[in-house]
Design a protein around this ligand. Sequence first.
Ligand code: MG
Length: 389
Amino acid sequence: MSEVTGILLCAGDSRRMGFHKLLYRLPNGKTPMAMSLEALIKGGVDKIVIVTNEATQPHATQLAARAGVPVTLCDGGVTRQDSVYKGLKKTGKGIVVIHDAARCLARPSLVQACIDSARLYNSGVAAIPIRDTVLHVTKGGEKVAPMPRDEMLRMQTPQAFDYLQIFAAYERARKTGLPATDDSSLYAASGHAVRFVRGHANNRKLTTPDDLVWLEEHLFSSSAGLGAQSGLRVGYGEDVHRLIPGRSLILSGVKVPFDKGLLGHSDADVVTHALIDALLGAAGLGDIGQQFPDNDERYRDISSLKLLGQVTGEIAAAGYGVRNADIVITAEQPKLVQYFPEMREMLCSALHLQREYVSVKATTTEGMGPEGRGECIRATAVVLLFTLK
Ligand code: MG
């Protein structure tokens, strides 16, 4: 059987997002780029060309190292069309499957169906029917004409083709200056009949920040589900450290100016410790003392945020994503409210979560008990995990 090469397009500049969407760390611990690559591999490609730009090249190198199939990297061009052409030039025979990395929910079965179709008919292109009414509207809106939607398709990727045919179509388009944002239209312009494969609605291209929120919701709700298969797990953590003079006060990774600090083997960050315990508890992975023993020299004065980062990786490896976390700090002094934004920021970046999913708040005990007397600071945390599929 002829060899199948996947061309993964990661050279877009992500202008509409404000940050690089393909490198965004999702609650499942993966980036959209990694998910798209996985879909191609699981869908049956034999080797891969990843078309990158400056921003995506380092991550592509990491992914290539553990892909399990041969991966070649190549620089993209100014337009999508240029990038595909450059990717095609790195290929050479058989069947080629072109895929936009921004469609990171493409199912391996869809990749496979496109390949199968290309084997039989020289092309297999993912598309879905249009259910909404489509109007052709002039710029000023003075002319509005309904379009025949049963004659229209919404194009997706993957798109698989016989290599020689699609390469010739791209060469021809370069000569004639024919622009296209989609491969099948160039293929058709070369006189070939396009064979369509039914795509799926959630094979959506990440374009705006809303798409990313949608994707996070999708990953969560497809795990949470309804009924017996619910994959939600709650965790609770608590920690107390003694306040003494001569130590820095580190809470949630933030150095808070105060005349005392917390005593402990690490940086004694009670907030991060409570959160780590909640995460480990929810995932059934023991507790912080088992994971990071306080007689282990490796953890002396270590930033607890580092430990949190490590635990976040373990949670993902165990098959869980973090949905949200809520933290209460009990301290008579100092006043902490001004540090909350920075504290949340620190935790969010270690958890790969957006800010609205992490809450940090504080209370006093009105002078009662050891916290009230300023002998210690206590933190409690609850987290919700969801099962990754
Ligand atoms: Mg502790």
